[in-house]
Design a protein around this ligand. Structure first.
Ligand code: OAD
Length: 236
């Protein structure tokens, strides 16, 4: 049976594709007030701004951003391992690169959902919506006449996929962290679910403080992922 590798990714893995990170200098939260564009209160106060913000990001993602060699490297690992990606990212670059098992903790930029029936989720562009392109507004309606909202977990909201993510972390034979500042909970707590003795690797050019048993690869994702693949091959 293949060993299970669980890989937790953050904004850093998509940085070299041209997606902004959040907390680096010049990152998204430097340029936009986070509580206005990514909180439940912000959405209540100014839903039009939130639709505009995510519509802009979505359009950029769909029209100008491609997966990079780090995303593709994780796909390559699937030949030898049972690979599960748990991502905090809202982009779809893991899927576009070809990863087959991806769990999104913070939602998905290419999706919106019904405000009345959250189980009704639509991937954009979508013929069923009143707006058929990549842009949604407060006036966008689904086929049932209900308004939609970005399928994003805002600050202040629950993280429904944390439970399956924690379960995956607890089943890992190898655990890998790539490109996250490890400050946003509950995602940052995933490490705590990894059983003792399981090797943990962390790829980030400016790594956060982590326990001493974590093997830190202080490189960019596109350099660190090939290094990780070599290390894992040597150990097989
Ligand atoms: P951050 O912006 O907090 O952290 C980005 C991390 O990526 C930092 O540790 C950087 O050092 C690292 N980094 C930068 N360039 C890199 C590269 N080329 N290769 C590898 N790493 C690189 O982003 P996250 O930790 O992902 O939530 O942020 C977590 C959450 O905060 C996001 O999911 C988002 C945000 O608020 C929501 O929007 C709900």
């Amino acid at each position: 049976m293949k060993k299970k590798i669980v890989i937790s990714t953050g904004a850093g893995i998509s940085a070299e594709s041209g997606m902004s990170t959040y907390r680096d200098a010049g990152g998204l939260w430097d340029n936009y007030p986070v509580m206005e564009v990514a909180s439940d209160e912000g959405f209540e106060r100014n839903p039009a701004l939130i639709h505009q913000f995510y519509s802009n990001l979505r359009t950029k993602l769909a029209q100008t951003i491609q997966p990079n060699d780090a995303h593709r490297g994780l796909v390559e690992l699937e030949k030898d391992f049972d690979v599960h990606v748990i991502t905090q990212n809202v982009d779809d670059l893991h899927e576009r690169a070809g990863s087959t098992q991806v769990l999104h903790l913070h939602g998905e930029l290419m999706k919106v959902r019904s405000m009345r029936r959250p189980d009704r989720i639509y991937t954009l562009p979508c013929d069923q919506l009143s707006d058929k392109g990549l842009v949604t507004t407060v006036d966008t309606r689904d086929p049932y006449g209900d308004p939609v909202r970005p399928h994003i977990v805002f600050f202040g909201e629950a993280v429904p996929n944390m439970e399956p993510a924690a379960r995956l972390a607890s089943q890992a034979d190898i655990f890998v962290i790539i490109g996250t500042s490890l400050v946003v909970y509950p995602a940052a707590a995933l490490l705590q679910y990894v059983p003792h003795g399981v090797p943990i690797y962390y790829i980030d050019p400016r790594p956060a403080k982590v326990p001493s048993w974590v093997h830190v690869i202080a490189r960019k994702a596109t350099e660190g992922v090939p290094e990780l693949i070599n290390l894992l091959r040597q150990q097989q």
